[in-house]
Design a protein around this ligand. Structure first.
Ligand SMILES: [Zn+2]
Length: 292
């Protein structure tokens, strides 16, 4: 939970954060809210259970997507409900690092569609997918216009970091300015936002510890990963020769993280995504087209 006077507020009144989470409600509560017309939209968080270098918990992407979704729903309370998050995504390329889970692309797309269809079946006609893992973006984006047609609803996708402008990043992700790569897997950006939201999910790892672990992700895959890779990609695994330098750079950039910057970034993302959701609700209510 985030403790900030800017968050968990709606028009200056406190809202119990559980009130916007579908899975915390009873069928009676959902039914009555739908009958009253107070639920106008759903937000579906999609994430991943995957390696985030040496220091971040594997839940980072689905935890962030869920938390931002919850913040957005609280801001527009009681208009939006957060659907149960998709905690495993499309991440086969992270499988060489221990702990990662992945779905096949088709499984992931089918899962997301089935949840969207379930929400639509309850009469919810506006749904925003808030995504927390880069590898999920294209598999959803590719299906979006088909799904809009199939379901007949106002539907969109936003990966939460996409709404941040260059100015936001220059201000709150210093390594972005330096390397033009601040929004980067497990590097400064993600470490700052996780530090802000759940400091216990960021372990302290310095570069001596990193180097002492003698990690080598350019070497040949071990037997179990090699088997997975061939099944998944139809060819043997080979590192591209940049894996180790990329991995180490991320670890180094993560050391520039700062929870105050993370809090600011969460606030900006929440505000901008809330505005997208408001416009979607408007489009549904006025019978307008989406995308605008
Ligand atoms: Zn991530």
């Amino acid at each position: 939970m985030i403790k900030s006077k800017h968050l968990f507020h709606n028009a200056d009144k406190y809202v119990n954060p559980d009130k916007v989470l579908l899975w915390e409600l009873t069928r009676k509560e959902v039914r009555e809210s739908l009958e009253k017309g107070s639920i106008k939209a759903a937000i579906l968080p999609t994430g991943s259970t995957e390696q985030h270098n040496e220091h971040l918990a594997l839940c980072t992407d689905f935890a962030m997507a869920t938390m931002i979704s919850q913040q957005v729903a609280l801001r527009s309370y009681p208009n939006a409900i957060v659907s149960t998050p998709c905690p495993v995504g499309y991440a086969p390329y992270h499988m060489g690092r221990k702990g990662t889970l992945t779905l096949r692309k088709e499984t992931f797309q089918a899962y997301v569609f089935d949840v969207l269809e379930s929400l639509t079946a309850h009469g919810i006609n506006t749904i925003l997918v808030v995504n927390g893992h880069a590898g999920n973006h294209a598999p959803i984006q590719d299906m979006l216009s088909n799904w809009r047609t199939d379901l007949g609803i106002t539907l969109d996708l936003v990966s939460y970091w996409q709404v941040l402008s260059d100015e936001d990043l220059n201000q709150y992700v210093p390594t972005h300015k330096k390397y033009r790569a601040g929004v980067n897997h497990a590097a400064e950006f993600e470490t700052s936002v996780v530090q802000a939201a759940w400091p216990e999910r960021v372990r302290s790892v310095n570069m001596n510890e990193y180097d002492d672990a003698k990690l080598d992700y350019d070497k040949e895959a071990d037997a179990s990963f090699a088997k997975f890779y061939i099944r998944h990609f139809g060819k043997p695994y080979y590192g591209d020769g940049n894996e180790n330098i990329t991995d180490r750079t991320r670890q180094e950039q993560a050391l520039c993280s700062n929870p105050e910057n993370g809090l600011a970034l969460i606030g900006i993302a929440t505000e901008k995504i809330s505005k997208i959701l408001d416009r979607m609700i408007c489009a549904s209510e006025s019978g307008g087209t989406w995308p605008e």
